[in-house]
Design a protein around this ligand. Structure first.
Ligand code: AKB
Length: 345
């Protein structure tokens, strides 16, 4: 009788504790999402879209910076260094994460200045997440690659999905290595890791930082604030670019696609639109006629010269229905309208 009573109390206390833990944890949903780099250019917008779809109680944002309620609507924020393997593992377990959008990364310009750190940040945490998926802790991973994987000696126009890759930048090398790790973990262990080779991303909500294509973001800020811009990329250098709304839609579409439709396990080409600084300046002049541009190419010109001018993304269109809503004219109108409101004194 007596031991039975003790067992009953033990059971009651255990049940109470698990109830308490559950209320600290997230509401029931099929997906519990972690985003790394959640306060960055893609992260802020992707997090808010994921919250709209899955509910804030199922989304954990994370980053190196302090929590900023103006930047993220996620229900939870973890201030964490994604290279801290033990901490990341703890967070995955604590929130019972099923899906990771691992966005934390150093871009092309900054990577050239800190090559060893770029390798550490751009490659090692990805392997760590793939390991956790192999062990069954996570079900699905999204990881961004880049048009930087192509590199020197590859035809400039309409570059296909399966060309030889020859990156000459630290960033490109790290992204190519990452793609190969994704493919390896899928082939050997069935890890469901999906990836896109993003072109330059253009957005007004959160500034980009340290990329070669970032002239195409800076130009809008300076057109509105100063009426002029000095481009660090030369007049006639074309690069593939994408408006953030289209990038987010593509990312979500890829992640929602049935597993059997995903034929590319390295990373999907995404072309977006292709334009030069001179062409972008001409578009801006339609909205701000007095806008002036001049050109002072810096070290990022060599990076741009090694990248494609346009990309063939027909495989993504066929496999998971990639589409775009914005061309250069619509994007420019939207950027200027929103930035004028945002930058109002
Ligand atoms: C960069 O310029 O580094 C990035 C990219 C194209 O991956 N925007």
């Amino acid at each position: 009788m007596f031991p039975k009573l003790i067992n009953f109390f033990k059971f009651a206390i255990h049940t109470l504790n698990s109830k308490k833990n559950q209320s600290l944890h997230m509401e029931s949903s099929t997906e519990k999402i972690l985003i790394t780099g959640a306060l960055g250019q893609i992260g802020t917008e992707l997090t808010n879209r994921l919250v709209a779809i899955h509910g804030k109680e199922n989304v954990v944002a994370s980053g190196l910076d302090r929590f900023d309620k103006n930047l993220t609507s996620a229900g939870y924020y973890e201030r964490m260094d994604v290279t801290n393997t033990q901490l990341v593992r703890q967070v995955i377990k604590e929130y019972e994460i099923t899906t990771v959008y691992h966005l934390a990364s150093l871009l092309s310009g900054t990577s050239e200045k800190q090559p060893l750190f770029a390798w550490k940040l751009n490659v090692e945490p990805l392997i760590n997440f793939c390991e956790m998926a192999r062990e069954g802790l996570i079900k699905k991973i999204f990881w961004p690659s880049s048009i930087a994987v192509f590199g020197k000696g590859i035809p400039k126009e309409n570059v296909g999905q399966d060309v030889v890759l020859n990156p000459t930048t630290v960033y490109g090398i790290s992204k190519l290595a990452g793609e190969k790790w994704c493919e390896y973990y899928f082939d050997k262990h069935g890890v469901d890791v999906r990836s896109i080779r993003y072109p330059g991303l253009i957005s007004w909500k959160t500034p980009a930082g340290g990329g070669t294509t970032d002239y195409a973001v800076e130009i809008y800020y300076e057109a509105i604030e100063e009426g002029k811009y000095t481009s660090f990329i030369s007049e006639n250098t074309a690069m593939p670019m994408l408006y953030m709304d289209d990038a987010i839609n593509a990312t979500l579409k890829l992640m929602e696609a049935p597993k059997e439709n995903i034929t590319v396990r390295s990373s999907y080409n995404l072309g977006g639109m292709s334009f030069t600084p001179a062409e972008l300046a001409a578009e801006i002049r339609k909205e701000i006629p007095e806008f002036k541009i001049d050109y002072k190419p810096d070290f990022r010109q060599a990076i741009a010269d090694s990248w494609p001018a346009s990309i063939d993304d027909s495989v993504a269109k066929k496999d998971w229905g990639l589409t775009y809503d914005f061309d250069i004219t619509e994007m420019t109108r939207d950027m200027i309208k929103n930035l004028k409101t945002k930058l109002k004194p």
